[in-house]
Ligand binder design. Structure first.
Ligand SMILES: *Cc1c(COP(=O)(O)O)cnc(C)c1O
Length: 234
């Protein structure tokens, strides 16, 4: 089992490297975020042992049960929050995570900024974009993205690193990735958090700087099988 995870991790890293060289012989640096949601510390351990330091979780409570001990043993760990964030979880999220990928409304941006100041922990963030315009899905609207990024920076004082998206299920993701890249240029941000197990190579071809890969490294989750993508209660 441990060996299997290390081998899958190596295979994913090789595919990321190859994808980064596809249209750029020098290769583009891509951060692999290993998504460990749904798995316990015993499953994360072999990935840490293999040198993986960037991890993603989508629930504050689950991450708070799992990561403080692992982080104490592995000080280099960078923990990414990739799931919907409620304002009443912001305090715990700022204490535990190192990057937040799911900023999608002013109330959350303001709460995060206030909490970062209080804890003296300035975390970089990504703005989540509802790239497919799906009613049930989290994320700022495509048409609001540029203004919202400007407000996050200007009014809330957040360090916006880039944009994040989860394309609609069951559709070819490429055009959505390309659209996110266009929006990032318009908004003046460099980072693109896009691509999961089934489509990370395409995401890299379209400019992803961060890919979020779970299943291809850790295997199938018992539950929940789907990313938690729904809108948070406002
Ligand atoms: C679960 C999840 C992933 C990883 O999905 P896999 O298909 O297991 O690679 C990526 N991003 C988000 C937001 C997720 O919730």
């Amino acid at each position: 089992m441990d060996n299997e995870i290390a081998e899958r991790l190596t295979a994913v890293r090789r595919r990321i490297e190859a994808a980064g060289r596809r249209f750029d012989p020098a290769g583009r640096p891509v951060t692999l975020i290993a998504v460990s949601k749904g798995f316990g510390p015993e499953t994360v351990a072999p990935a840490l042992a293999a040198g993986q330091l960037e991890f993603g979780e989508n629930r504050v409570q689950e991450a708070a049960a799992k990561w403080p001990a692992l982080k104490a043993d592995h000080p280099g760990v960078v923990l990414h929050m990739i799931g919907p964030l409620q304002t009443n979880k912001v305090r715990d999220a700022v204490a535990l995570f190192d990057v937040i990928h799911t900023v999608d409304r002013d109330r959350l941006a303001g709460a995060l900024a206030g909490e970062m100041a209080r804890q003296a922990r300035q975390l970089p963030v990504f703005v989540e974009v509802n790239i497919g315009g799906e009613v049930q899905k989290a994320g700022v609207g495509v048409d609001e993205t540029v203004d919202f990024v400007a407000r996050c920076r200007g009014e809330h004082g957040l360090e916006v690193r880039g944009l994040m998206c989860i394309p609609p299920m069951g559709e070819a993701p490429g055009p959505y990735f390309a659209h996110l890249a266009t929006l990032a240029r318009a908004a003046g941000v460099e980072g693109l958090s896009m691509g999961m197990s089934s489509d990370f190579e395409q995401a890299i071809w379209m400019g992803a700087t961060h890919v979020r890969v779970g299943t291809a490294i850790f295997g199938a989750r018992r539950q929940p099988a789907q990313p938690d993508v729904n809108r948070t209660r406002r």
